[in-house]
Design a protein around this ligand. Structure first.
Ligand code: BDR
Ligand code: CA
Length: 311
């Protein structure tokens, strides 16, 4: 089996943690590294949390890099209200002993993409797009080396979770998102429209709890962060956003969407970070993304439980 080479760009985050565990549990995936960015919590915590997650999976050889500590042009906005003070509240795990790599995440992205043959490395950004955009700006020659970008971010019908019109990852660094959406790379987007169909119901959380060695930690994380969304949306559980990206690489048939044009709002205070998705194709703007709208949620959670149980 030829493994798919991927880099996950992340700001853990409980849902980031599940995405990382899914990748580590999947033999089809060759995880070249985790590049951390400031987002849900500041950079020192996301870089620490990424290593806690690797150690939970007993994969301390995974390379973890710290990247940009703030958005390209704006002040950092964080989400401790959702993810807790540490970013990974819900269960206390040991501080990591595995090293953080010395290289800056952006340098790692550039070096790796330059080294790998064109069209071979998949990027999975599940955080603000600062690291990816910085790498693209600094070294545009890396762009043809990217096979595909599958990211979590944006919203259309569901609209915003951080403002009425914007989703967190895009809102935090809209200028970076504009660069990535305009790069001409095959792009698949997991917006809130799809993640809000993938809710952590009681039955699903209990299935996590029984999923092998890491299952209880995963259940504690989802228990923790769903309290915020349940209260806010009055829903049965919380959307499990970020693992949709890795699940899509493993089982694309679980998802469906449309190839459309998506532009990022960077000029308006009112709708900053909005993903203006031409779902009904009312403009002549060329499609630049596959915007996912639906998921087989039972299939998605079954895949997660099956894989997490392997760790
Ligand atoms: C996204 O924002 C973060 O809080 C989550 O980890 C996810 O990447 C959802 O809007
Ligand atoms: Ca995230």
């Amino acid at each position: 089996m030829t493994k798919r080479k991927i880099i996950i760009d992340t700001d853990p985050g409980q849902d980031d943690a599940v995405a990382i565990l899914l990748a580590l549990a999947s033999p089809e995936i060759d995880l070249l590294g985790l590049t951390c960015v400031a987002g849900n919590v500041p950079l020192d915590l996301t870089a620490k949390n990424a290593r806690i997650i690797c150690e939970l999976a007993r994969r301390p050889e995974t390379r973890v890099f710290a990247g940009c500590d703030r958005p390209l042009r704006r002040k950092l906005v964080t989400a401790e209200n959702v993810h807790g003070k540490t970013g990974l509240d819900g269960i206390t795990l040991p501080d990591p002993t595995m090293p953080l790599q010395d290289q800056h995440a952006v340098d790692f992205l550039i070096e790796t993409l330059r080294t790998e043959p064109p069209g071979t490395v998949t990027l999975c950004p599940i955080a603000p797009l600062t690291n990816i955009a910085t790498a693209m700006e600094r070294a545009p020659d890396i762009i043809p080396h990217i096979r595909e970008i599958v990211l979590m971010g944006g919203a259309y019908f569901e609209v915003g979770n951080i403002t009425p019109t914007a989703e967190f990852n895009i809102y935090v660094d809209p200028e970076a998102a504009k660069i990535v959406f305009g790069a001409g790379v095959p792009l698949t987007v997991m917006p809130l429209d799809v993640t809000h169909k993938a809710l952590t119901t009681r039955t699903r959380v209990e299935a996590f709890r029984k999923a092998g060695r890491v299952g209880p930690a995963v259940a504690s994380w989802t228990d923790f962060f769903e309290r915020f969304d349940k209260e806010k949306y009055g829903s049965e559980g919380a959307p499990l956003h970020d693992p949709c990206t890795v699940a899509y690489l493993l089982r694309p048939e679980l998802f469906s969407g449309r190839e459309i044009n998506v532009e990022i709002e960077t000029g308006s205070d009112l709708t900053l970070g909005m993903t203006v998705a031409d779902w009904w194709r009312v403009t002549k703007r060329a499609p630049n993304a596959t915007f996912i709208g639906d998921v087989d949620a039972d299939g998605y959670f079954a895949l997660l439980v099956e894989r997490l149980a392997q760790l």
